[in-house]
Design a protein around this ligand. Sequence first.
Ligand SMILES: C[S@@+](CC[C@H](N)C(=O)[O-])C[C@H]1O[C@@H](n2cnc3c(N)ncnc32)[C@H](O)[C@@H]1O
Length: 322
Amino acid sequence: MSYLETTHDVYKEAALSPDVGLCCTTNPIWELPGLKIPKIMQEMNYGCGSTVHARDLTNNPKMLYVGVGGGMELLQFAYFNRQKGGVIGVDVVEEMLEASRKNFKAAEELNPWFRSDFVELKKGNALNLPVDDNSIDVAAQNCLFNIFKEEDLKKAIAEMYRVLKPHGRLVMSDPTCEQEMNENLRNDDRLRALCLSGSLPIADYVKLLTDAGFGTIEIRARKPYRILDPKHYDTDELIYIESIEVAAIKDPMPLDGPCVFTGKAAIYFGDDDFVDDNNGHILLKNQPLAICDKTAAALASLKRDDIFISESTFHYDGGGCC
Ligand SMILES: C[S@@+](CC[C@H](N)C(=O)[O-])C[C@H]1O[C@@H](n2cnc3c(N)ncnc32)[C@H](O)[C@@H]1O
């Protein structure tokens, strides 16, 4: 049986009987004014962060959500769009589509503004999306891509890139791990399907996105996720897994490389009112300017003693350079 078949079986099971401990993190459940999340959707929250960010969702964006789970985030996306077919949901597991269809009916009962046909469910594979080129403003996946092995992951990212309109954004949440994971863990198909042993270091994850052509990357959150310990897993050392929230924006690739925002800021504290780096960045005296890692490196290379560059907070929420 291939790891994709094991994944299919794991999520068929999770569709038929909700598994409250599967994936899931410390994120609070988003309930906005007039938005109620049915209990069954909360029990089937198989994500590891949130992909729903209000600032991505202005002007009735056409949305795509890959790997629907219990449908909670599709309901949250539909809240911002409220149009027939405004959110396309794709999943490869028939039973998961069926479960989410039922959950949307439950959501109709709790949310007078919501209609099930705001979501168009399609059976399909993240590796070959049943969606037209350049047709989506906001695409999302939560806790699915970490399951894929590298060649499949490249395909899944390329598919998201293909369906997004220019400047469209891919919003994601996935586990990441900065430690080496041994081959036994990596090749344990069930652990991989459970989002425990497929994760990559953040830099590798980001590189796959920029290699696919995304010109801007935003790391929006980084949180503790899971521990794999020697007593319960096939490992000699304790492995710490985190989860991140990332947006990859289909901006043209800048000639000098991608803009990757990891939450760094530059603060000028010299004698003038401002300093201009002659590369598009004006630093006002003692005002933080959010900068991407490329700009941080360029400013650091000036070796000035009146510009402070902060560490990455991994909590970038917009604004700043590039
Ligand atoms: C970890 S769950 C996450 C569910 C949902 N995103 C959430 O946050 O609750 C992974 C989801 O991806 C679906 N899935 C697994 N393999 C897939 C594939 N190759 N293509 C599309 N969906 C897939 C599963 O059926 C399941 O709904």
